[in-house]
Design a protein around this ligand. Structure first.
Ligand code: SF4
Ligand code: F3S
Ligand code: FES
Length: 243
């Protein structure tokens, strides 16, 4: 933890590019701000936009680490800008958009399109055998199991794990730790009628669990601290047995 001194001068080096503008060239723009207590990257970026660069693009919705929209590369490491205090960083701060995802402009990327494609490929919804009777009383789930499912459901689809993954950069259709975590979640759910063979069909190839090279960048950067390493290792062991 870096302790800032009051009034520290912060230098921001931000990778800027607008792919919608044919005249735009990727370049690093430099901004200087005075730090104050409690300053987050969200606050800093808003101040930069207000004072120096009204066209600077970046995304924020919740400002509370819930919506997953503010992922960016902060000093070389994917993270959530709204949850990053400038006091935890050196006085020179570099910001870049998350790689792998389509660039919208500057620090804004389209994680939604990627997540949707992955979700459709992995069918990340409960598959029931029969039509649901909405008047039927749901079967009781053991609290421990509900908690295990809830733990994996905490993913906010921020994309940090995908951007930190070497395989995702090389394989366009790799489902990433986020996708593998979703399969682990649905596998646990007793309401889902799919069996291990069905899950194997979805992730038992090089775009799924066998493409993962155990690089563990995903595990290191996940802002929700999901147990990605354990889940991926578990799925791989299971899939080897099913195959
Ligand atoms: Fe973000 Fe973690 Fe979900 Fe990956 S697994 S999308 S890093 S919350
Ligand atoms: Fe990528 Fe994580 Fe596997 S970083 S290679 S998904 S362990
Ligand atoms: Fe929602 Fe950062 S703004 S997670």
């Amino acid at each position: 933890m870096i302790n800032s001194s009051p009034g520290r001068s912060l230098i921001f080096k931000i990778l800027r590019h607008n792919p919608q503008d044919p005249t735009s060239e990727p370049h690093v723009a430099r901004f200087e701000l005075e730090e104050y207590e409690g300053m987050t990257l969200f606050i800093a970026l808003n101040e930069i936009r207000e004072r120096f660069a009204p066209d600077l693009q970046f995304d924020f919705v919740c400002r509370a680490g819930i919506c997953g929209s503010c992922g960016m590369v902060i000093n070389g490491r994917p993270g959530l800008a709204c949850r990053t205090l400038t006091s935890t960083l050196e006085s020179e701060i570099t910001l870049a958009p998350l790689p792998v995802f389509k660039l919208i402009g500057d620090l804004s990327v389209d994680t939604g399109e990627w997540m949707r494609g992955m979700s459709e490929r992995l069918e990340t919804w409960i598959h029931e055998t029969e039509a649901v009777d909405i008047h039927a009383v749901e079967t009781r789930m053991e609290p421990e199991l509900a908690e295990d499912i809830y733990e994996l459901d905490r993913c906010i689809e921020c994309g940090c794990c995908v951007s930190a993954c070497g395989t995702a950069r090389m394989r366009e259709d790799f489902v990433g730790a986020v996708g593998l975590n979703k399969i682990a979640r649905f596998r646990l759910d007793p309401r889902d009628a799919r069996d291990d063979g069905d899950f194997y069909d979805l992730i038992g190839d090089d775009d799924g669990v066998f493409g993962c090279m155990s690089l563990l960048g995903c595990h290191d950067v996940c802002p929700k601290e999901l147990p990605l390493q354990t889940q991926i290792a578990f799925l791989r062991r299971k899939m080897v047995r099913v195959s």
